[in-house]
Design a binder for this molecule. Structure first.
Ligand code: TYD
Length: 203
């Protein structure tokens, strides 16, 4: 089982992943929680470059670096864990690339789909993806006072485009991508996520 969480920065993925991990573990599942970019030593090094480099990184460079980090994570962590019957939960996956680099940065979406196709051929396709949807204003408010990385420093228009991109992705793949209103109280959001997982995993 492979579960991914998506949404704009500040949507509350980290908290929801923690709640879902606890719930699944209480039900006897072994859970491997990971994140993108990152999750392996090599991919965490790429994360550092992507989020904290002082260099100007073009959207195309960004696209390939995210995919390099992803490929390594899939090969060394995601596929082996799935093979061992573990539940893998990833904080972001390829929908982030379409939403951020495609809809946000304006890269050609077909090119991004081509990269995503290569990734899919590796065999890691999420069974279910939770899109935690929140307004850009609410998200910005939640992140107030936090130190912003290279991508988080983008302006509100960028996040507006990313959010709308995510909603389009969900429209195109309603069976996989579940849109969850993430502006509600965190336990209410968590209950909705658990209910969907209970149905899918027959818990
Ligand atoms: P995230 O881990 O959610 O940030 P934080 O540690 O602050 O919670 O995500 C890292 C950033 O990388 C986020 O701004 C989105 C961006 N990103 C992309 O632009 N494209 C991608 O393919 C991925 C995976 C992330």
């Amino acid at each position: 089982m492979f579960i991914t969480f998506e949404g704009i920065d500040g949507c509350g993925k980290t908290t929801q992943i923690r709640y879902l991990t606890d719930f699944l573990e209480q039900n006897g599942f072994e859970v491997v929680a990971t994140r993108e970019p990152g999750g392996t030593d090599f991919s965490e090094q790429l994360r550092d470059i992507l989020l904290h480099s002082k260099h100007k990184i073009s959207p195309i460079s960004e696209l390939f670096l995210f995919n390099a980090a992803r490929a390594h994570l899939i090969e060394t962590l995601i596929l082996p864990a799935i093979k061992n019957n573990k539940v893998v939960i990833s904080d972001r996956f390829y929908d982030s690339t379409l939403a951020y680099q495609g809809y946000g940065r304006g890269l050609n979406k077909e090119d991004i789909e081509k990269c995503n196709e290569i990734i899919k051929q590796m065999g890691a396709i999420p069974n279910v993806t939770f899109l935690l949807d929140i307004s850009t204003e609410d998200a910005l408010q939640r992140r107030e006072g936090e130190k912003k990385d290279r991508i988080e420093s983008s302006d509100i228009n960028f996040f507006e485009k990313v959010r709308n991109g995510y909603l389009k992705i969900a429209e195109q793949e309603p069976n996989r991508v579940k849109v969850i209103n993430a502006s509600q109280e965190k336990h209410i959001t968590s209950e909705k996520i658990k209910k969907i997982i209970q149905e899918i995993m027959k818990i």
